[in-house]
Design a protein around this ligand. Structure first.
Ligand SMILES: *Cc1c(COP(=O)(O)O)cnc(C)c1O
Length: 370
């Protein structure tokens, strides 16, 4: 058994998730393209598997571009989707063969036109969608009016206009969010058509949720909203691009961890300390945004509330103190536990060695060499 903590990824589950989503959005008729957001889990086996399934890849840095190309993914399958990039990175991406870029400012657009001439571009706008569990706030996206202006400018700069692009925020629990974004994207596409610019795709981003401690709407429910809104608001000739991260890999991973200690602290509460925390894999417990489920060998014993904390000497390394988490009262040091649905945004978020704790190790099930 590997040393605790570690993450086990089940590739078969990722394949199933990909095929289910692909089938659900294909109902629309026009072409749908799934683009995996590599940052959710940049595990080589998963990239190779999704490449074979026909996925494209959303990459955010030279590191992610090199990772995909090194695994044999064709450069034509990559979209440099991060609106925040240095001129030097645009030039390097272009030299590596990347021909598709997203942007949300005129500055970035002009740099792309100069350093990746003729590239295809998507403009990210900030949709008026309700907040998601892990919101982007106003970090990305221009206004829809600015997106229209910038996509016209893109054409004038000799770039190929792909179309508008939005992301409703990760772990978005309200299917209506996509309808709002698609309606806004459709209005941009219509206004572009009036200027003789036909969009070739509309990118509706990621954000598809999975169920954690609280249930998320089913994928089929969201797909139905997306398909209906696309039919109502988008030009028939435009591809629908979807950029799932969490929805493909989240439920394909389980973290195996261990209880380091249990104590009743001066605040009167029971604190359970694990060998995994905010800095070695559980970054998404920041603000207690994501409520993971725990399974222990003592499940079935009486339970009581507990504060869950990580192993480092950092005061912020607490997973849950406001969220009500119930754990067996019999839990003690040395007990093993599993944290479910931890395939997305865990291992890749872990720090290199904060406080001397190594990054979370990843085991791909079925890939053992012995
Ligand atoms: C992170 C990200 C995604 C994936 O988001 P999920 O919520 O994991 O589906 C998609 N597109 C872009 C540009 C991203 O940054």
């Amino acid at each position: 058994m590997p040393e605790s903590p570690y993450l086990v990824i089940h590739p078969d589950r990722v394949r199933e998730n990909f095929r289910a989503l692909d089938a659900a959005v294909r109902a629309r008729g026009a072409r749908s393209r799934l683009r995996y957001a590599v940052k959710a889990s940049p595990v080589p086996e998963l990239i190779t598997l999704l490449d074979a399934e026909g996925a494209e890849f959303d990459v955010a840095s030279i590191g992610e571009i090199d990772l995909c190309l090194g695994l044999g993914v064709a450069a034509s399958k990559l979209c440099y989707g991060n609106p925040i990039k240095k001129a030097a990175d645009i030039a390097r991406a272009h030299a590596a063969g990347v021909r598709r870029f997203a942007f949300d400012t005129e500055d970035d657009l002009e740099r792309i036109a100069e350093l990746a001439p003729g590239a295809e571009v998507e403009c990210r706008f900030l949709a008026s969608a309700p907040q998601s569990r892990t919101p982007f706030g106003a970090k990305f996206g221009c206004t829809p009016a600015e997106a229209l202006r910038l996509l016209v400018r893109a054409r004038d700069l000799g770039l190929a206009v792909a179309g508008p692009y939005f992301h409703v925020g990760s772990q978005q629990l309200d299917p209506e969010a996509w309808r709002i974004g698609i309606r806004q994207a459709g209005a941009i596409a219509d206004a572009l058509a009036d200027k003789d610019i036909r969009v070739t795709s509309v990118n509706i981003g990621g954000g598809l949720p999975i169920s954690y401690a609280d249930a998320a709407p089913a994928l089929s429910e969201i797909a139905a909203v997306v398909n209906a809104a696309a039919a109502e608001f988008l030009p028939e000739t435009a591809d629908l691009v979807i950029e799932p991260g969490r929805a493909l890999v989240g439920n394909a991973g389980t973290i195996h961890a261990e209880v380091v200690g249990v104590r009743h602290a001066p605040d009167g509460r029971r604190w359970v300390y694990l060998d995994i925390g905010r800095y070695n894999g559980m970054a998404e417990t920041e603000n207690e945004y994501i409520a993971y489920r725990f399974v222990t060998d003592r499940d079935g014993d009486p339970v009581d509330e507990a504060v869950i904390a990580g192993p480092t000497c950092d005061g912020d390394d607490v997973l849950y103190q406001r969220t009500r988490v119930l754990l067996p009262t019999t839990l003690r040091a040395g007990d093993r536990l599993q944290i479910l649905d931890t395939g997305a945004y865990t291992a890749s978020y872990s720090s290199v060695s904060f406080n001397g704790f190594p990054p979370l190790t990843v085991h791909v099930s079925g890939a053992e060499r012995e």
